[in-house]
Design a protein around this ligand. Sequence first.
Ligand code: WTA
Length: 650
Amino acid sequence: MSEKQIFQPNPEFSKSANIGSMDEYNALQNRAINDYEGFWGDFAKEKLDWIEPFTNVLDESEAPFVKWFDGGKLNVSAQCIDRHLDTRKNKAAIIFEGDRGDVETITYLELYRNVNRFANLLKEDFGVKKGDRVVIYMPMIPEAAYAMLACARIGAIHSIVFGGFSSAALKDRIEDADAKVVITADGAFRKSKPYMLKPVVDAALEGDTPVEKVLVVERNNEDVTWKEGRDYSYHELIKSKSSECEAEVMDSEDPLFLLYTSGSTGKPKGVQHNSAGYILWAQMTMEWVFDVKENDTFWCTADVGWITGHTYIVYGPLAMGATTLMFEGVITYPDAGRPWAMVEKHRINQFYTAPTAIRVLHKMGEDEPKKYDLSSLKVLGTVGEPIDPPAWGWYYEEVGNSKCAIVDTYWQTETGGHVISPLPGATPIKPGCATLPVPGIIAEILDPITGEKSEVGETGYMCISKPWPAQIRSVWGDKERYVKSYFGDVKKDGKAVYFTGDGARYDEDGYITITGRTDDVINVSGHRMGTAEVEAVINEDENVAEVAVVGKPHGLKGECIFAYIVLKSDDHITDTAEEVKAINNIIKQEIGTIAMCDHIVFVPGLPKTRSGKIMRRILRAIAKGEEITQDISTLEDPAIVAKIESMVEC
Ligand code: WTA
C-alpha cells in the first residue's frame, strides 16, 4: 500500500449513500462557501427539534468567542432520546457487551426511563442544578451514558475523566471545574478480572475538595470503603425515582460538557462545548461520514473518557436515533479475534477505532478476520493519529474485504466532531490520507508566516478559517488561554484563524495529509500528552535537576515518551534502573500509566541555546536515531550533543 494508490467508493454502496458522489459533495461544500449561514441555518432547522427557534445563525461580534443559533432553545438529552420515542421506542439505543461477554440491550424507551430516573436522583438527592459541574469517572458501562444524558437533561455540565487517570489527575480536574458531585463505579471487569475505580476517587477527595456527594454504581460488587454522608449507592437511590423528568429548557449556547485535554504548555485545559452546535454536528457527521442507516449497528471502540467516546458512542449515534454498541472490555482479550467475533455476533455495520488498535490487532492476529463473518461491515473508520499505509492496507483488505470504505477521520477534542474525512459513498480514498474537509468546514493548510494557502507538497499549518458549530467555546475558567492557544499563531487576511496544532500538506489532488503535531504534544496510542505536563511530574522527583521530554516513533503506539534527565548528583544513585522505576512510578501516580516513559536516559546536560532554551529538535532527532543536520555551534555547550548521542546509543 502506498499513499499514491487510490480506491474508488464501492458503487453499490454509493447508490444508497447519504452523499453518493463527488458532485454531491462539491455542491454541499460550494453552498457552504457561498452561503455559510444559510447552509448551517437550514441544517440546524432540519436536523434538530427546537423548543424555541433560533433568531441568529452565527454571531461573530466577539470573535473568537462565537455564538451559534442564538435565541434557540432545546435540550440535548431530548434530542438524543425523547424525539425518537414516537418512531423508535422499541429500537435498541445501546447494545452493551461486557468484558466477559454478557450482553444487555437498552431500547430508546428504556433509555428514556433510565436517564430520567438518573436525572431525578441527581436533582432530588444531590441537589444538582443547571450549570453545576458533575465529574464522571466511570468504566464503559451503560450507566456512564445515562450519567451524561442525565446531566444534559437537567442542564448540569459533565466533565468525564478517563478511568485510566490517577487520583492526582482526577483531583486536579475536579478542582479546576469546581465540581460538587462525582459519579463513579466500584470498578468493572478487564480481562475477566475485576479492577477498581472507587479507591481512586477516595484518594482524589482526600483533603480539601469541592465535592459534596459521590454516587457509586455497583458493577463488580467488590468491597469498597464508604464515607458516611458523602458516598451513596446508585442501585439503592435509583429504586424510588420517577421515570419522568422534564427536560430543562436550555439556550443553544448553554454549556453541555467540559473535557480536559493536554496542550503544549501548563496543565490540561477544560475544553468547553455548548449545546446546539455540538449536537448538530455530532448527528450530521454520523449521517455523512459513517453513513449510518436506520437498521445499522454502529460500534466505536473508544472510551467515553475521550472526545471520540462522547461524540461517537453517545451523543452522535443517539441524536440520529441509531443503535450504538458499547464495550467494556479489551479488544485483544481473550484473543485478537474479539472485535471480529463481536462484529459477527452483533452484525456491526460501521466499525470505528484507532490506528494503534489496528496495528496491535494486525500484529497479534493477522489472520483472525478470516475466521469470522464480517460481511455486515460497510464503513471502517480510524481516528486519533495518522494511519500508516501498511496498517491501512490490512484494515482495507482483510477486515473490509476490499469492499468497505475507510474513513480516516481527522479531528480533535476542540473540534467536537470530524473536520477532515472522506465520505464513504463519495470520496476516492488514499492510504494514510484524511482527504478533504467535511462539507461545511472551511479547513485550509496555511503558511504560518504569510497566512496564504500552502503550496502542494509543502507542510503548513492545519487551520480552520471560519467558526463552525461544534467548535470549542472557551477553556473553562481561562478565556485568555482559549484565545492564546488557538488563535495566536496564524492570521489570514489579517484575521486570526483557528490553528489545530497539527501540520499538514496538500497533494496534487488537493487532498490533505496530516503530518502530526507541530507543538510539544505527543500522541501516545492516540492519546494526547503534553511534554510540559510529563516534565512537571518528573521534576517532582527529588533527584531530578532538569528534564526534557520528547516523542519517539513507536511501532504500535505511534509515539512513545522519551525522557532526558539530568540528575542533581548521581553520587548516591547506585542503581539507575531503580531510579527509572521510581520516576515512572511518580508519573503513574500523578497522571496515569498512559504517560509512563518507554525510555529514560540520564544525561550530563541538555542542549540549550545561549539564552537557555532547550533545543528539543536535537533531542527528538537523537531519540529517533537520526543524524543531526542542525547547526549546533551556537549552543551553550556544543559538546553535549555528542555526549548525549553516545549515551542513547548504548
Ligand atoms: C491527532 C481525537 C492524523 C491530531 C479525536 C489531533 C489525527 C489530535 C487524526 C487530537 C487523523 C486525530 N490523522 N492525526 N485522522 N485524528 N489526530 O483531542 O494530532 O484526543 O490534533 O481528539 O489527534 O486528539 P484528541
